[in-house]
Write a protein that binds this ligand. Structure first.
Ligand code: GLY
Ligand code: MN
Ligand code: MN
Length: 437
């Protein structure tokens, strides 16, 4: 049986077209050691084939070979080292291909599937090496023009169809995503319970990622951010090397990956379990923005309006705290809030943490639809020495990030189990435990 998404994609393709998708390769980390393999997301979404060096061809107008896979050959000597492969037979029997070839036959065989086809779906720019193979295949077909064949004249980005599919999560997608999010939440809760001044940021990172793996996640969806004190004000800090001091605020942005779906949660908490007045003031300002934005989520709402709401609330809060001057309209207009809130409020979430899908359709910002999932993550970051800011606010970086599903009637906060109110964060931190190893 062909994978469901392959069938769905083929139904959306233009007449007389072929689509080619390349899987990911092993990538060298250093000397003879590779990074952990991560399949190309589009490729996995369609094929569910989680092996390196594969290519999928979708040719709905081909009389027999509508779904073709190129895969690594089964070589016993190599399988001993790196594990069993599907191979050509498995590509057909386990993965539903109508025909399959060894990947080293690609240059010879691929042009045959591009003959007398007008349109080619292929995403240029993802993999330069593979782009060259596509160009060579097209050229190969063109060179046979005197024999009465023609090559594709139009190249279409398959993202125009596929990323629209990925943007709207199916029940199956949501099952995986909910699991990724639940495991992510467990990791954050464990970090809150274990945090003590004097620990190192990497210790919290280790606890979070231990909890991820312990619960069946394949790992992280992106490098975990564990920043204490000044580091909490660095948006993508992930060296996680510093010692956490008494009085520091700790910001953790971490998400587990499960079945190639990623959670994406940020929480901030006081290292010693009790917010200072200034920490709490900033925290509640961000929390207010987070909650006000989430309340707006429903089908038909504009994605841009959510960011505008966050900007309004953060600006209002910064004014109240005396950190910016003027009227709210001026703070928004002159963008003086950007000194403290310099990123956007959210992004699509799915198999990629910054998931695919357009934010604008034509000239208009996307309207939300049931099944879409995105993050709501306003923040305020105040580094030491920030001009015009009282010292008590120095080194406070707060981002509060939830993952939100658009439902038929409104929203569901998938991350709702992660403590967020000040009292809940402080109460969780009191439940101090040690992970048994
Ligand atoms: N973890 C990256 C982000 O929140 O966008
Ligand atoms: Mn995010
Ligand atoms: Mn995040």
């Amino acid at each position: 049986m062909k994978p469901t998404r392959v069938v769905e994609f083929m139904e959306k393709m233009e007449p007389n077209s072929v689509a080619v998708f390349a899987g990911a390769h092993e990538i060298k980390r250093n000397h003879d050691t590779d990074f952990e393999f991560r399949q190309d997301t589009d490729f996995y979404y369609l094929t569910r084939l989680n092996e390196p060096d594969c290519v999928a061809v979708l040719a709905p107008s081909h009389p027999e070979h509508k779904y073709v896979l190129f895969v690594r050959p089964r070589i016993r000597e190599e399988e001993i080292w790196t594990g069993t492969r599907a191979g050509v037979e498995g590509a057909i029997s386990q993965h539903g291909a109508d025909a399959a070839y060894e990947i080293n036959k690609l240059s010879d065989v691929l042009p045959k599937y591009l003959q007398n086809v007008e349109k080619l779906y292929y995403r240029l720019g993802n993999d330069e090496h593979f782009d060259q193979k596509i160009i060579a295949s097209i050229k190969h077909v063109r060179e046979k023009v005197r024999g009465g064949v023609y090559a594709p004249t139009v190249i279409i980005d398959p993202g125009t169809l596929l990323h629209e599919m990925r943007l709207r999560k199916s029940e199956g997608d949501l099952n995986s995503l909910r699991r990724a999010v639940a495991i992510s939440a467990e990791g954050h809760i464990a970090a809150m319970k274990h945090c003590k001044p004097g620990m190192y940021e990497y210790e919290l990172e280790a606890i979070i990622e231990y909890v991820f793996r312990r619960n069946g996640a394949t790992g992280v969806g992106y490098p975990s951010i564990v920043g204490s004190g000044f580091n909490s004000t660095i948006l993508h800090y992930n060296t996680n090397q510093c010692q956490i001091k008494d009085g520091d605020l700790v910001l953790i942005d971490a998400g587990a990956e499960y079945n190639l779906f990623s959670g994406d949660i940020t929480r901030a908490f006081p290292a010693n379990g009790k917010f200072t007045r200034a920490q709490q003031a900033i925290y509640e300002a961000v929390l207010n923005a987070n909650k006000e934005v989430i309340k707006m989520v429903k089908p038909g709402e504009s994605f841009m309006k959510l960011h505008e709401k966050a900007v309004e609330v953060v600006s209002e809060e910064l004014l109240r705290l005396g950190l910016v001057a003027g009227s709210r309209a001026e703070v928004v207009e002159k963008e003086s809030y950007k000194k403290f809130f310099m990123h956007r409020t959210g992004h699509w979430l799915g198999m990629d943490v910054h998931d695919v899908g357009r934010y604008k359709v034509g000239d208009d910002w996307r309207k939300l639809e049931p099944g879409m999932v995105f993050t709501v993550e306003p923040g305020i970051y105040i580094a030491e020495g920030t001009e015009g800011v009282p010292e008590e606010y120095f080194n406070i970086g707060v981002r509060i990030e939830d993952d939100v599903l658009v439902t038929e009637t409104g929203f569901e906060v998938l991350t709702a189990m992660t403590p967020k109110e000040v009292k809940d964060v402080e109460a969780t931190m009191k439940e101090s435990v040690m992970i048994a190893v």
